[in-house]
Each structure stands twice: as C-alpha cells, then as structure tokens.
Design a binder for this molecule. Structure first.
Ligand SMILES: [Zn+2]
Length: 241
C-alpha cells in the first residue's frame, strides 16, 4: 500500500483506493456514525468525482464501494448515491483548488457547531484552520437540494471547513491527504479547546506567531509521511483494498 499517494491526477483505480483508505482512516478518529458520512476525490480528468456509496459504514468501505458521479449540471443521483452527495458536487464545481471532500458527523465538531463558541488556536492543531471556520446555520436539515448546497459552499468560502449547525461538517482538501489531515485535526483541536476551557482562562497562540507556525508545521512534504502512516495503521487491521 505504500506509494498510494493521495495526490490529484491519480488514475481511477487509485482514486477509489484513496477514498476507501481515507474513509477507513477517519472512522478511527471520531468520524464514524452508522453508515453515514462520505468521502470523495475529484477524478484525474476533473469532470467527475469518486465517492463512497450509501449503505456501508466508513470503517468498512472497500474499492467496490466507491462510485463515480459526474460534475456536470445535473446533481448526483441514484440508488447508491448518498442524499447529501450534492455538497461534494457543488464544492468541486465552485472550488477549483480542491480535489477531496469529506462530509461527516463527528461528535466534538458537531457539538461546537451547535454552540456560539469561537474557534481558538490553542495548539499546533488549531493552526491548520488559521483561515477560520465557516458556519452554515440556515437550516438544521439534510443538505439535498442545489440551493442548500450552494449556501453551504458559500459558508465554506475559501476555508478548509464549515460547520453545519446541528448536523456535522464539510471539509475540503488540496488532495485526499490534506482532507484526512483536516478531518482528524479538526476533531482534535475542538476536543482540546473543550478540555482547556474547563481548566481555566484560555490563552490562544499569539496572532503574530500563527503564520510562521503554520509554515513550519504544515509542509507539503510531511503529508506523504502521514498518509503512509495511516495506511500502515489500516494494514494492521487487515485492510488491503
Ligand atoms: Zn450529513
């Protein structure tokens, strides 16, 4: 599995393996919720996406559970398509800079999204979200229509993540590795904020230190190392895709 690099311009077979590996990885970091939640990557040709199908848990996704959807004007539909796949569709169409999308219902981030707490950078984890966190609060329901998906992607703006109030999160990445890193790191940073808030007055990282810390901590070349470590973790569970 080493060498399964999660970059853009991957073959269709590699895209499907990326989605399966990413789904299983984030399931181990607080993102599992029944058979809900989905991961996708943009295909190498750019005109379609590969997305986890409806009906299986993130922790059990195989390459056979990853299906294609067109990124044309028609929203993704079909018996195997998640009802909320339209968020991925809209995000790829509006954000040419992203090649991976995750929608899940993680505990800490969803609790945060239901509060009026402000996101604080209290550790290196928080710095990944230096550009802020979007807030979609127009409704508490499922996102299944074009207009709702548009509003969610408006809330996302140019950020890595937006909260969906009372629901979950939408996370995007330059490629699958960055999206998985954001998914794991978002839960960690909000959990840490919750813990720190109960200990006393919080002291966020000084704003003047954030940019340098980001450049030092979140280097492109580190991502291959993280991705390979996640794959080794999956191999230990018997996952071979
Ligand atoms: Zn959802």
């Amino acid at each position: 599995m080493t060498g399964l690099i999660g970059t853009a311009n991957a073959s269709d077979a590699m895209c499907r393996r990326q989605v399966a590996a990413a789904a299983r990885t984030i399931s181990r970091y607080g993102h599992e919720d029944l058979t809900l939640g989905h991961v996708s990557v943009r295909s190498a040709t750019g005109d379609s996406m590969w997305i986890k199908r409806k009906g299986v848990a993130l922790s059990e996704v195989t390459v056979d559970d990853v299906i294609a959807a067109d990124l044309g004007d028609e929203p993704p539909r079909g018996d195997l398509m998640h009802y909320e796949a339209i968020m991925h569709h809209e995000a790829y169409r509006r954000r040419g800079d992203i090649n991976a999308v995750i929608h899940t219902h993680p505990w800490y981030a969803t609790a945060f999204g239901a509060s009026d707490a402000e996101f604080q950078m209290l550790s290196h984890d928080g710095v990944l979200f230096k550009d802020g966190i979007g807030r979609y609060s127009d409704s508490s329901g499922l996102i299944t229509t074009g207009p709702d998906a548009e509003r969610v992607v408006n809330a996302l703006g140019s950020k890595r993540v937006t909260m969906l109030r009372h629901h979950g999160v939408l996370i995007v990445g330059e490629d699958i590795r960055w999206a998985v890193l954001a998914a794991i790191t978002l839960e960690r940073s909000i959990r840490l904020q919750w813990m720190a808030s109960g200990l006393g007055e919080i002291n966020p990282i000084a704003p003047g230190d954030v940019e340098d810390l980001y450049l030092e901590k979140y280097r492109e070349r580190f991502l291959a190392e993280y991705w390979d470590a996640w794959l080794r973790d999956l191999e230990a569970t018997g996952f071979t895709s």
